[in-house]
Design a protein around this ligand. Structure first.
Ligand code: PXG
Ligand code: PLP
Length: 437
């Protein structure tokens, strides 16, 4: 397939537009573990699209469900109306999420899921007559999408700098990344649970009675794969409980099998009050996200005068195509036991990623579930350049990987075979050797 003859009109997101348009990389087809490029090459998908195509591309069951839904019910207004699959999908999600995370508010993306979760947290406290709790606590290096709520609690500087004021009442925990103590750790580092104690300091500073919620990624993905130290999430949970602060896990990446379980909450044995999901919820075939809340939070909204309980929602909340894709995706995950498969492959995956230790410029390898972060030392005076070169080289050599700064993040579809793991890691190893300058 040839290139379109005009690339100018499309303003590409999170992309160096001019660099890209000077040397475009177009994907024109996908199936299973592979993409096809515009120049007819096959790429092994090392990042499940963008951490989202967990069951692999073009799953026939999901394709068929979307086709059928488009012909049967293309759209239904979600305000004061419903359609069956929205209720069915919510029930199915409640079934696979831990404890009493039983009520689901649908959105169209992770960013919207985060905004929704933050708004629910604030409205929950107000509804309980505890409306002084308006402060939201995020974490340095956190990524919670690109809405004003998400960038306010987020901790990635370039995503905030150009955009001014943000939400007013926000603070941040420190991140948990520490190469001096934890470089080259397989799975969760033993050192670092104390980073959660910083929440006690924020409580002392602001007063618990002003704090509504803490939001963290249980494993930070976008910033370059930061695995939570052992005991860290448990500690955050305990401090939140002590002070009546809601704990929100942003599981947009970690949901749906990435860490070998339906959720990171299940994997780590820590139940948040609200969970945000997106991406893998539909295997990425139709955009969708959700905020999933524990029963007592939902019940709080179901008390009082009988009327609209939450003034919030999207035109496309619970879109029929997304619900159909979501139901089909959950069927595929269950039928193929993909979460258990990821867990069973984890040791092989981690050992394979660690084959990159010792290659030029590799200053850390970290891995858990079917995720790995390969951190490269930045070129002097040119942070990100080495990472970007690795991305381009991998693309030319036959692998799609995700790069954030100088960190390569790997998160293949959960259907990857051992042989394909070898191929993916082998390609990256070759690239690291070739681009050692
Ligand atoms: N929260 C988390 C934890 C995410 O990872 C979002 C919210 C926002 O989701 P939407 O659907 O609005 O994009 C995300 C998204 C990367 C990368 O380079 C990661 C994401 C998005 C884009 C790029 O790792 N995660
Ligand atoms: N802007 C305008 C002018 C609208 O009418 C609407 C929805 O009706 C929106 C924004 C919000 O769009 P969505 O519900 O798709 O988020």
């Amino acid at each position: 397939m040839s290139l379109p003859n005009d690339l100018a009109a499309y303003w590409m997101p999170f992309t160096a537009n001019r660099q890209f348009k000077a040397k475009p990389r177009l994907l024109v087809a996908a199936e299973g573990m592979h993409y096809t490029t515009h120049d007819g090459r096959r790429l092994i998908d090392g990042c499940a699209g963008l951490w989202c195509v967990n069951a692999g591309h073009a799953r026939p069951e999901i394709v068929a469900a979307i086709r059928a839904q488009a012909g049967e019910l293309d759209y239904a207004p979600p305000f004061q109306m419903g359609h069956p699959k929205a209720f069915e999908l919510a029930s199915r999600l409640a079934e696979i999420m831990p404890a009493d995370l039983d009520h689901v508010f649908f959105t169209n993306s992770g960013s919207e899921a985060v905004d929704t979760a933050l708004k629910i947290a604030l409205a929950y406290h107000a509804r309980r007559g505890d409306g002084g709790r308006r402060r939201l606590i995020g974490r340095a290096r956190g990524y919670h999408g690109v809405g004003f709520g998400g960038i306010s609690v987020g901790g990635i500087s370039p995503n905030r700098k150009a955009f001014g004021g943000m939400l007013g009442e926000v603070d941040h925990l420190p991140h948990t990344h520490d190469l001096a103590h934890n470089a080259f750790t397989r799975g969760q580092p033993a050192w670092g649970a104390h980073f959660a104690d910083a929440l006690e300091d924020l409580v002392a500073l602001h007063g618990a009675e002003t704090i509504a919620a803490v939001i963290v990624e249980p494993m930070a993905g976008s910033t370059g794969v930061l695995v939570p130290p052992q005991g860290y999430l448990q500690k955050l949970r305990a401090i939140c409980d002590k002070y009546g602060i809601l704990l929100i896990f942003d599981e947009v990446i970690t949901g749906f099998g990435r860490l070998g379980a339906a959720s990171a909450a299940e994997r780590f044995g820590v139940v948040p009050d609200i969970m945000t999901v997106a991406k893998g919820i539909t295997n990425a075939a139709v955009p969708m996200g959700a905020a999933i809340v524990r029963k007592p939070i939902f019940e709080t909204f179901m008390q009082g005068p009988d009327g609209i309980e939450l003034f919030h929602g999207y035109t496309y909340s619970a879109h029929p195509l997304a619900c159909a894709a979501g139901l089909a995706a959950l069927d595929v995950y269950r039928t193929d036991a993909l979460f258990a498969r990821a867990r069973a492959l984890e040791d092989y995956w981690i050992e394979s990623a660690f084959r990159l230790k010792g290659l030029p410029n590799v200053i850390d390898v970290r891995a858990i579930g079917l995720v790995a972060g390969i951190e490269l030392s930045p070129r002097p005076g040119a942070p990100g350049a080495r990472g970007y070169d690795a991305l381009v080289q991998c693309y030319e050599t036959g692998a799609l990987v995700r790069v954030t700064g100088d960190i390569i993040a790997l998160s293949p579809p959960l259907i990857i075979s051992k042989q394909q793991i070898d191929q993916l890691v082998g390609t990256i190893a070759d690239v690291l050797r070739q681009t050692s300058a």
